[in-house]
Design a protein around this ligand. Structure first.
Ligand code: XMP
Length: 325
């Protein structure tokens, strides 16, 4: 019989048996799976866990601080790596979506390996690499279907923090291999992971880079970050967040004419997208209330001066994907 308390004890003792006195390395993405795993491993092996969180500069507003505030007080030895400059440099002038994903994947591994080496020098080498692999991931990879954490098939070359260095000769620790997402969320609750991370929509590994269409820049990411924050905070405020499977803002490269006071503007168009889905392979656009959308549109154009037009994406998947790149 499945109770989360019981499962936690069992997972902890399994990890302790497997790891012994070894040292464990974990990549934290800020999502529910890796965050929960961080908490579980901290309980199991204490500071023989090092959790590495790469800030690639493609995170949402306040995300880094939220992850740090959630994990560090609960005893996770968390190291945040500021790799923003490297990612920006590597992505400069790159507009092709697949190219962007590849570069981000490559830079991620580089930054992670470099930090792992530094940590190993300081505290001693690592024996194990922990991953938040879930049961559906196991099934799908056994079936030969490449998938990401949200179960989406590999139509886009998905990169997430699961795709880590294979040449490092780590043994894998994957305590969640038999679990479903809902079970991980229950475990997360008992381990004290704050609700905003526990119940979070999936967020892609390449982050805001694939929501900032075309070549990215600091300026564009900053605009997108503010739009996204207004939309996501608004969904929470109006009690609509949990009813959507995923919600996102997109910064398009379209500039159009508008009017603000007595002045003509020529500014960017932001798109909002929200979907409902069970498996992320197909999705419906969420029928958000018009009044809510009106409020979001007003807030965005009032608070983000670089935006003078807001549109809502009313396309299902297929034919559209959830992300715009
Ligand atoms: P699409 O856009 O293919 O997305 O309908 C389906 C789900 O997958 C997520 N997604 C990604 N996740 N790396 C990830 O970790 C990626 O490159 C990536 N691309 C899409 C997307 O957010 C949605 O949940």
């Amino acid at each position: 019989d499945w109770t989360a308390e019981h499962i936690i004890d069992e997972l902890i003792s399994d990890v302790q048996k497997q790891v012994g006195e070894g040292r464990v390395l974990l990549a934290i993405s800020g999502g529910v799976d890796s965050s929960t795993l961080g908490l579980l491993l901290a309980r199991a092996v204490g500071d023989r866990l090092t959790a590495v969180f790469i800030d690639h500069g493609l995170l949402r507003l306040g995300e880094r601080e939220q992850v740090e505030a959630a994990l560090i007080p609960l005893g996770v030895h968390l190291v945040t790596v500021d790799a923003r400059a490297e990612f920006m440099g590597a992505l400069e002038g790159v507009s092709d979506p697949e190219q962007k994903r590849k570069i981000i994947g490559r830079e991620f591994i580089r930054a992670f390996e470099r930090e792992a080496a530094l940590q190993a020098q300081e505290h001693g080498g690592f024996d194990f690499l922990a991953q938040g692999t879930l049961y559906p991931d196991v099934i799908e990879s056994a079936g030969g279907l490449q998938s990401d954490k949200s179960g989406a098939a590999n139509i886009k070359s998905h990169h997430n923090v699961g795709g880590l260095p294979e040449d490092l000769n780590f043994k894998l620790v994957e305590p969640f291999r038999t679990l479903f997402k809902d079970e991980v969320r229950e475990i997360a609750k008992l381990l004290g992971l704050p609700e905003h991370i526990r119940m979070r929509h999936p967020f892609p590994g390449p982050g805001l880079a694939i929501r900032c269409l075309g070549a990215i820049s600091e300026e564009k990411l900053d605009i997108l970050r503010r739009v996204d924050d207004i939309f996501i905070s608004g969904l929470r405020e109006f009690g609509l967040y949990d009813g959507c499977s995923q919600a996102l803002a997109i910064l398009t490269p379209i500039q159009s004419v508008g009017v603000m006071g007595d002045e003509r503007t020529y500014s960017y168009t932001a798109a909002l997208r929200a979907v409902t889905t069970d498996d992320y392979m197909t999705a419906e656009w969420a029928r958000l209330p018009w009044d809510f959308l009106a409020t979001m549109s007003n807030r965005i154009v009032n608070q983000v001066h670089e935006i003078n037009r807001v549109v809502y994406d009313i396309t299902g998947k297929p034919p559209a994907t959830i992300e715009w790149e």
